[in-house]
Design a protein around this ligand. Structure first.
Ligand code: SF4
Length: 326
């Protein structure tokens, strides 16, 4: 492991000062420490922020849900407000990683986690994300688990988080605090598509911290849920997944929030599917017709052509599970 300095901070000002000087923030460390062991990541300086007061889950005056960046995955999944207001978040978290990891990993760290592309983690392979300009071994290599949406010539890696798919569907906002003060970023703008710079993954400035993820209030009643399709039933990343939330009133779908995971370089919002649903009456035919739009724009690679059809079936099944039929 590359040598590094370690500083533990207990207040936000000290964290921001250290971050401005170029230190890397660490909390649960479940991704970063692994990558440091493999020398994929070589930070000179770590700032342990796990003691900062960012561990609250609460409801805003307008009925939105706020989850502190240092709330662990296990705490968030089990929290009564999360389970009641947005079961899709609890389900996505509970289908992620192992119980041990969920006890350590934080919400902020989860959405910051890096790709599971095997070439990214193999320091002998060409990888534009790890070494800009070196090439992309996955494009000509084995790419069964890679992305079919949002890809670029430079990178085709998926974003691995499940809960980020739920956040994308629910149009969360990420609250940030940095040397220049606080700001909010829509979740859709926080995680970046690779373009020509796949090494830049988040819209974070130097020294900025995630403080909270906020889910805006949505009309009630709202039913939601998460479906994850994977090669084995536990401790595995998604081949495809679907986060769905539906508000049905008077027999018609008034609000639809849908996003997919395992298929995009970022959690993939599905506005064409949502538009197809709104104003319609739940039915088997509607779920199939809406889900048929899920893979619009897909650009499969040699080994992952199956993902386009699997994605449509995943979305259709989850629409049926959440929306039922009348
Ligand atoms: Fe690297 Fe992205 Fe290519 Fe994987 S897909 S090898 S992360 S550039």
């Amino acid at each position: 492991m590359h040598p590094f300095t370690y500083t533990r901070v207990s207040d936000t000002r000290a964290a921001l000062d250290a971050g401005r000087r170029g230190g890397r923030y660490i909390a649960g460390g479940t991704t970063l420490v692994d990558l440091m062991r493999e020398t994929v990541e070589r930070p000179e300086s770590l700032i342990d922020i796990s003691g900062l007061p960012l561990r609250e889950v609460g409801v805003t005056e307008r009925g939105g849900l706020r989850i502190g960046a240092l709330v662990t995955m296990a705490e968030a999944a089990a929290h009564p407000k999360v389970r009641t207001l947005h079961p899709v978040i609890s389900e996505a978290l509970e289908l992620s990683a192992s119980a041990q990891l969920r006890n350590m990993a934080t919400i902020g760290g989860n959405i910051m986690q890096r790709t599971r592309c095997t070439y990214f983690r193999d320091v002998t392979a060409d990888c534009n994300k790890r070494v800009p300009g070196s090439g992309c071994a996955a494009r000509q290599g084995y790419n069964r688990t890679h992305a079919i949406l949002g890809t670029s010539d430079a990178c085709v890696a998926t974003h691995p988080s499940d809960v980020a798919v739920a956040f994308a569907a629910l149009e969360a906002r990420v609250h940030l605090l940095g040397p220049d003060g606080a700001r909010q970023v829509p979740f859709a703008d926080f995680l970046l598509r690779p373009g020509r710079t796949p090494d830049r993954e988040q819209a974070l400035g130097q020294g900025e911290l995630i403080t909270t993820v906020e889910i805006p209030a949505l009309p009630r009643p709202l039913r939601s849920g998460y479906l994850k399709v994977r090669d084995r039933q536990s401790y595995e990343f998604a081949l495809t997944s679907a986060a769905v939330a539906l508000h049905v009133r008077g027999g018609l779908i008034r609000e639809a929030k849908v996003a997919a995971g395992g298929v995009g370089t970022v959690p993939w919002k599905l506005p064409a599917v949502e538009r197809h649903l709104i104003g319609e009456r739940p039915s088997e035919a509607l779920w199939a017709a809406a889900a048929a739009r899920a893979a619009d724009g897909a650009r499969p690679l040699q080994h992952n052509r199956f993902k386009a059809e699997l994605l449509k079936r995943t979305v259709e099944r989850q629409l049926r599970t959440v929306g039922g039929t009348k």
